[in-house]
Design a protein around this ligand. Structure first.
Ligand code: BES
Ligand code: ZN
Length: 624
C-alpha cells in the first residue's frame, strides 16, 4: 500500500541529489508533477472511490457523494482534488466528522482546486456534491435528440481533463484507483459505466457497479438512456438503442475476433469483457476507450463494415492507454501512437496486409496534412508536447496518432517484426497499471532493442523531440492505391474515371481518390462523380465528409441542403469543425454557416461547440 508514495519520494530524492541549482530543481519538480491537475500525489492520493449518486434529468444534475479512500504521508496536512463547476456541500471523514476545506476560484479549463485539510488518522474523505448543468463532461439529451425519441439520454466524456466536472477527483492520468458505484436513474432507463455492467434494466432504476482494476480518472464513464444489450460473442456485446442494435450487431460482428487477434498479438486482455455502446450522433468523438465498454459514434455504423477499424483502435487501447498509461498529457503519443500501431496490426491479422497498408497510407496523408497545418517547424509536431499553461485539448492532433505510428513502424522495420512484437509484449506486461512517460519509454527502448545503436539517423530522439516528419525507410505502399492514383490523375486532367474500376472501390480507395484529386473541382467534375457514384448521397460518413469539403471549396451551392442536415444531426468534432472551417473561409457561405451553427449548436457536446465557438470568434462572427 505504501509502495507508490514511497516510490515517488524515493525517485524525487534520487533526482534532487543529482542537482544543486534551484532552477534545475524547479524544472524537475515541474516535470515530476502533472501540471493539468491540482493533486499532489506524493503527499496524499486516492486509492478507491465509492460513488453514490442519483441522476436527475429534469434539473440536469448528478448529486450524491464521492467517498474516497486515500493514502498519505504521515505529516500530510491536506489533500487536493480537481473540480470544475461542482457545488460542494459538505466534506467529512470516515467517522462522519467535518473536514475543513476550501474551494479555490475557477481557473478556466483547470477548474477549482478543492483543498481538504487532513487529520493524522484520516483514511477517507467523503465529499457531498452536485454537478452543474454546464458541466463540460456531461451531455444531457432530450428525447428528440435520440433515435427512439422517447427517453432522455446522458453520456459522459472525461478525457482529457473533464472528469473533474462530474466527480471531484485527482484528475491526472498517473493516478489510478478502483471504484464501485450506486447510481439511481429514472425508472425505465438503463445505466452503464466503465465497470462490470448490467445486461438488463433494473427495477426502480437502481444500478450497482464495480471496477476492480485501478483506472485513471479520464477513464471514468457513465451512460444512461433507453438502450439494450445484444451479444456478439462470449466476451463481447453491444449496447444500443432498439432501432440501432441489429445494425450495430451486424456492423461489429468481428468484435470477438478482434479481441482474440489482439490477445494473440500482445498478451491477455486485462478487463474481462469488451463491450461497446453506440451513442446518439452528438457524441463528440469517433470512439472513447472507456475500460470494458467503448463509447462509440453511430457514424461508424456505415452499413458495410467499412469503418470498423475504430473498434480495433478502441480495443487496442485496452493495452496501450488503459493498461500502460501516459503519465501526463505531454506524452499523449504513448497512448495514441501505440494504439494506432496496434489497431493496424489487428486489422492486418483479420483482413490482410493489403488492407492494413491502405489504412496506413491514409494515415500518412493525415500526417502530412497535419504537419502542413501546424508548420513543419512547429513544436506541436514533436511527439512529446509542451502543454504547460495550455488546455491539453490543444495537443490532441494527428501528430500523436500518426507520427507516433510511423515512429513505431520504423522501429519495427529496422529490428524486425518478431523482435518488436516481443518487445511490445514485454512492455505491456512490465509496465501494466503503471504510468509511462516518454523518457522512460526511450530508456526501455534503448535497453531492450539496443536503440539508438541499431537505428542510425534519424534517431528516436529526432522522432520524439524534433519537428516534422523524419526520413522514413518503411513508408506504406499499396498496389490498389497505385491504381487509384492513376484514376485520380486521369480525372484531374480530363474529368474521366474508369467506371469498371471505381464501381469496385471500397471506402478506403474512395478516400484515397478524394485525397488525390484537387480540392476545388469544376461543375463537370462534380457532376460526373455525383451522377455516377452518388457521393453526395453517401451514407458513409467519411466519404460524405471528404466530398462535402470539396464541394464547399468548389462553391457548389447545391451541397448546402445535405450539408445542413448533416451539421444539425451529427456532433462528431472531427467532421463538424473542419466543415465549418471550410464554410467560414468562403465569404459567400459565412452567413449561412452562422445561421446553421445557431440551429445546430444545442445538439453539440461542449467538446465540439467550444472548438466551433472559437472558430467563429476568430473570424469575428458573433454567435448570439
Ligand atoms: N482516446 C481517443 C479520444 C480522445 C482523445 C478523447 C483525446 C479526448 C481527448 C480515442 O481513442 C480516439 O482516438 N478516437 C478517435 C478514433 C480513432 C479510430 C482514431 C476519434 O474519436 O476520432
Ligand atoms: Zn485513441
Amino acid at each position: 500500500m505504501k509502495y507508490n508514495i514511497g516510490l515517488s519520494i524515493y525517485l524525487l530524492t534520487a533526482i534532487f541529489q543529482g542537482c544543486d541549482k534551484p532552477q534545475e530543481k524547479k524544472e524537475i519538480m515541474d516535470k515530476a508533477r502533472d501540471f493539468h491537475s491540482y493533486a499532489i500525489p506524493s503527499e496524499a492520493r486516492v486509492k478507491h472511490l465509492n460513488w453514490d449518486v442519483s441522476v436527475d434529468f429534469d434539473n440536469q444534475t448528478i448529486a450524491g457523494t464521492a467517498d474516497w479512500e486515500i493514502e498519505k504521508t504521515p505529516n500530510a496536512q491536506a489533500i487536493h482534488f480537481d473540480t470544475r463547476y461542482l457545488t460542494i456541500k459538505r466534506v467529512t471523514d470516515q467517522a462522519g466528522d467535518d473536514l475543513d476545506h476550501t474551494l479555490a476560484e475557477d481557473q478556466g479549463y483547470m477548474g477549482s482546486d478543492l483543498k481538504i485539510s487532513l487529520k493524522e488518522n484520516t483514511t477517507r474523505v467523503i465529499i457531498e456534491y452536485a454537478t452543474q448543468a454546464v458541466a463540460p463532461a456531461l451531455q444531457w439529451l432530450n428525447p428528440t435528440q435520440t433515435l427512439g425519441k422517447n427517453a432522455p439520454f446522458l453520456f459522459t466524456q472525461s478525457q482529457a481533463i473533464l472528469a473533474r466536472s462530474w466527480i471531484p477527483c485527482q484528475d491526472s492520468p498517473g493516478i489510478r484507483f478502483t471504484y464501485n458505484a450506486q447510481v439511481k436513474v429514472p425508472d425505465g432507463l438503463m445505466a452503464v459505466m466503465s465497470a462490470e455492467n448490467p445486461r438488463e434494466k433494473m427495477a426502480g432504476g437502481k444500478y450497482v457497479f464495480n471496477m476492480p482494476q485501478p483506472i485513471p480518472s479520464y477513464l471514468m464513464a457513465l451512460a444512461v438512456g433507453d438502450f439494450e444489450f445484444g451479444e456478439v460473442g462470449p466476451r463481447t456485446a453491444i449496447y444500443a438503442e432498439k432501432g440501432m442494435l441489429e445494425k450495430a450487431l451486424w456492423e461489429f460482428t468481428d468484435m470477438e475476433n478482434m479481441l482474440i487477434a489482439a490477445e494473440e498479438l500482445y498478451g491477455p486482455y486485462a478487463w474481462d469483457r469488451y463491450d461497446l455502446i453506440v451513442l446518439p450522433p452528438s457524441f463528440p468523438f469517433g470512439g472513447m476507450e472507456n475500460p470494458r465498454i467503448t463509447f462509440a459514434t453511430p457514424t461508424v455504423v456505415a452499413g458495410d463494415r467499412s469503418l470498423t477499424s475504430l473498434v480495433a483502435h478502441e480495443l487496442a487501447h485496452s493495452w496501450s492507454g488503459n493498461v500502460v498509461t501516459n503519465s501526463n498529457w505531454n506524452d499523449f503519443w504513448l497512448n495514441e501512437g501505440f494504439t494506432v500501431y496496434f489497431e493496424r496490426r489487428i486489422m492486418e491479422a483479420l483482413y490482410g496486409a493489403d488492407y492494413a497498408e491502405m489504412l496506413a497510407a491514409l494515415g500518412f496523408n493525415d500526417l502530412k496534412n497535419q504537419v502542413d497545418e501546424l508548420g513543419a517547424e512547429s513544436p506541436d509536431t514533436h511527439l512529446q508536447l509542451n502543454l504547460k499553461d495550455r488546455d491539453p485539448d490543444e495537443g490532441m492532433t494527428d501528430i500523436a496518432y500518426e507520427k507516433g505510428y510511423f515512429f513505431l513502424r520504423e522501429i519495427e522495420g529496422r529490428v524486425g517484426r518478431e523482435k518488436f512484437d516481443q518487445f511490445l509484449r514485454n512492455y505491456f506486461e512490465l509496465y501494466a497499471f503503471k504510468p509511462m512517460d516518454t523518457e522512460m519509454f526511450l530508456e526501455y527502448l534503448n535497453k531492450e532493442l539496443g536503440i539508438p545503436s541499431t537505428i542510425s539517423a534519424p534517431s528516436p530522439n529526432d522522432w520524439v523531440f524534433g519537428p516534422g516528419i523524419p526520413m522514413m525507410e518503411f513508408k506504406p505502399s499499396s498496389e490498389r492505391f497505385a491504381r487509384v492514383r492513376t484514376q485520380a490523375e486521369q480525372f484531374s486532367l480530363n474529368g474521366e474515371v474508369d467506371e469498371t474500376q471505381a464501381e469496385n472501390w471500397t471506402t478506403v480507395e474512395w478516400l484515397e481518390f478524394l485525397h488525390l484529386i484537387p480540392d476545388s473541382l469544376n461543375a463537370d467534375q462534380i457532376n460526373i462523380l455525383d451522377s455516377k457514384f452518388e457521393l453526395s448521397q453517401s451514407g458513409n460518413s467519411e466519404i460524405f465528409f471528404a466530398w462535402m469539403k470539396k464541394l464547399i471549396r468548389s462553391e457548389h451551392d447545391q451541397c448546402l441542403d445535405r450539408l445542413g442536415k448533416f451539421l444539425t444531426s451529427v456532433g462528431r468534432r472531427k467532421f463538424i469543425l473542419p466543415l465549418f472551417e471550410e464554410l467560414v473561409a468562403k465569404e459567400k457561405y459565412s452567413e449561412w454557416a452562422l445561421e446553421t451553427y445557431k440551429i445546430a449548436r444545442s445538439n453539440y457536446h461542449s467538446v465540439t461547440y467550444n472548438s466551433v465557438d472559437a472558430l467563429f470568434e476568430e473570424k469575428g462572427l458573433a454567435i448570439s
